[in-house]
Design a protein around this ligand. Sequence first.
Ligand code: NAD
Ligand code: DAU
Length: 356
Amino acid sequence: MTILVTGGAGFIGSNFVLDWLRSSDEPVVNLDALTYAGNLENLASLKDDARHVFVQGDICDRALVDQLLATHRPRAIVHFAAESHVDRSIHGPGAFMRTNVEGTFTLLEAARAYWGTLEGETRDGFRFHHVSTDEVYGSLQPQDPPFSETNPYEPNSPYSASKAASDHLVRAWHHTYGLPVVTTNCSNNYGPYHFPEKLIPLMIVNALAGKPLPVYGDGQQIRDWLYVTDHCSGIRAVLAGGRVGETYNIGGWNEKANIDIVRTVCALLDELRPDAAGPYSRLITYVKDRPGHDRRYAIDARKIERELGWRPAETFETGIRKTVQWYLSNEDWVARVQSGAYRDWVSKQYGAGQTN
Ligand code: NAD
Ligand code: DAU
């Protein structure tokens, strides 16, 4: 048995592949285009591991996806590949439409053709697991209940609109063609290998460099933070036991205002890497708000708990401490990401094209 993972060199995808191969011997074929967000160095520990087959390629490339499905005959596709950064989607929405919408469409069509060739238990057991976001539900008011799976879709950014479109495609491919899909909508992740364009890693690396910590607007926007390995275990639970055609929300039961996140990061750095110039919070700088900025996200994760017994293992206190410690212990990784040197990793380590 084998699974095909897309986007497995990104932040969550690479954590998922590492986590998967820590807890199982089932091989992973990892299809990733290695955009700016893909970093094979995250998977360096798998360099000589035959259970991991890396293929550099685009999910919009139907012939490639067909060939991978025919060759490796996976029992499941776990689809992470996406353009994921809201700010980038505001500056350049085109890439989001292409990868998130057209890419998901291409994968669905390839999966449908492949699934059509399967028979018996192999056909029944096949899954297309679509990894999505809580942002598709829009923005909550302070007194609103958290997002449940029945909330209407109200995406507000080009990113969330593209993810909402992809969720609708996945739903329709199940409803119309019977493709056995499951979708998970997760809240904000944090942890190792998080690209330092996103709030938590950006605050850590800027603080260590003595640079301003840019807080958008009044800093009172709320997100529901989940440690990345908890997201990975939630995906594994849904892949193993989720009901076909259903969606499951995954969240951390952990709503925090952005400014509180930034202050927590500063306090941990004060403890673990004190700066002679004074507390890191001196670097906090309020800047112009993100256009269309969603005010609050929060996830009601009772369905996945009720049906599959999943709950996050980390509290925010344990998860954020591990995260800050990881960045302090991996300053070379940060330096290579910041200099762009991580992009040389593939050719340096593996040569071009398919590898493991
Ligand atoms: P990321 O930006 O860190 O990684 C995305 C990966 O996809 C990269 O490795 C990139 O090279 C690859 N990729 C991009 N375009 C591709 C293409 N056309 N073909 C093949 N590969 C391509 O993203 P992430 O934060 O790890 O998010 C992974 C998934 O989880 C996304 O679908 C995202 O919408 C979803 N999600 C993310 C979060 C979060 O907090 N980061 C929360 C909920 C859901
Ligand atoms: O909710 C899930 C989503 O979480 C995922 O679907 C996205 O892929 C992921 O990028 C993330 O989106 P956000 O926009 O919530 O994450 P980001 O880290 O960009 O921002 C978190 C909050 O911090 C948000 O309210 C904007 C704010 N922010 C962000 C940056 C980068 C700042 O105040 N300053 C910053 O410099």
